[in-house]
Design a protein around this ligand. Structure first.
Ligand SMILES: Nc1nc2c(c(=O)[nH]1)N[C@H]1C(S)=C(S)[C@@H](COP(=O)(O)O)O[C@H]1N2
Ligand SMILES: [Mo]
Length: 270
């Protein structure tokens, strides 16, 4: 495919290109479109350029995937829970935004909200631990094809948003089932150095199994897995489970997303 790529296309770093090719090869989008087109069409497909470096026929399929996934999503549909004996240490995967100069003693969680009720505050890990503690044993699924059962503990993003009155146009506690129209549509999270960032739809962000996580398999969250605080969101693939959260933004604008900008599905549900 490399030879058919337009020379003018912006070139992300090599590592990203390799990952992107792996993702693209594995994705339903490519497989589906390729199967429909056959070999002759394949060359045509790879000459279609688009924003985000995604060839537009693939982009259409990704958008279709998202519409299907959103239609299928229910807040009361839970990802599978496993017995704690099944839990083990996942491999460390993905180092974007995890630079070694990070000083946890200077970390705080920046919380922001755009729209009619703007907010901005800094919270400590103590503040997060003061919220109701939720434990769960769920599967971390990477789009590369592996998965791992892990025991997590942390605060539900729903409990966090309820306590700090975040994520709604009214300023009331979010009530995803009762008052979905009052919810801001999106959440964005980024690492302290802003190198890795994810965009989430609010229904998934406020799903009861979405945790701001500070413990893994009964121990404080290791640094390689995202200490002091990471997101665990079992209704999404691993790419959305951002490690080392620096900022959380509740937003009325659809946020950009590290892997969506490199060709993968923005929604990334499963
Ligand atoms: N900051 C940051 N978070 C990240 C990534 C990353 O590169 N940087 N990679 C993601 C991917 S692709 C996966 S599969 C999971 C892996 O989590 P683990 O390293 O705890 O197993 O982290 C996600 N969160
Ligand atoms: Mo991943």
């Amino acid at each position: 495919m490399r030879d058919n790529e337009p020379a003018a296309a912006p070139m992300p770093p090599d590592e990203v290109r390799r990952e992107m090719r792996r993702l693209t090869r594995r994705s339903f989008a490519t497989g589906g479109v390729a199967a429909l087109l056959g070999l002759g069409g394949w060359a045509w497909l790879w000459t279609r350029q688009d924003e985000d470096q995604v060839h537009w026929p693939l982009r259409r399929v990704l958008e279709f995937n998202e519409r299907m996934a959103r239609a299928y999503f229910r807040p009361d549909r839970l990802a599978p829970n496993f017995p704690p004996e099944r839990a083990s240490e996942p491999r460390v995967n993905g180092n974007y935004g995890m630079n070694e100069n990070f000083d946890p003693s200077r970390w705080s969680l920046h919380v922001k909200q755009t729209g009619s009720r703007p907010q901005s505050k800094d919270l400590s890990l103590k503040d997060i631990k003061a919220l109701p503690r939720t434990e769960m044993v769920t599967e971390l699924k990477c789009i590369e094809g592996w998965s791992n059962v892990v025991q997590w503990a942390g605060a539900r993003l729903l409990d966090f948003a309820a306590f700090y009155r975040l994520g709604t146009a009214s300023g009331d506690r979010p009530d995803p089932a009762g008052r979905p129209d009052d919810l801001l549509p999106y959440v964005r999270m980024e690492t302290p150095d802003k190198e890795y960032y994810v965009g989430l739809d609010m229904a998934s962000a406020l799903h009861p199994q979405t945790l701001l996580c500070y413990e893994m398999n009964g121990e404080p969250l290791p640094f390689a897995h995202g200490a002091p605080l990471r997101l665990v969101i079992p209704v999404k693939y691993g790419i959305k489970n951002i490690k080392r959260i620096g900022t959380i933004l509740f937003s009325d604008q659809r946020p950009n997303d590290f892997w969506a900008e490199r060709g993968y599905d923005w929604y990334s549900g499963h």
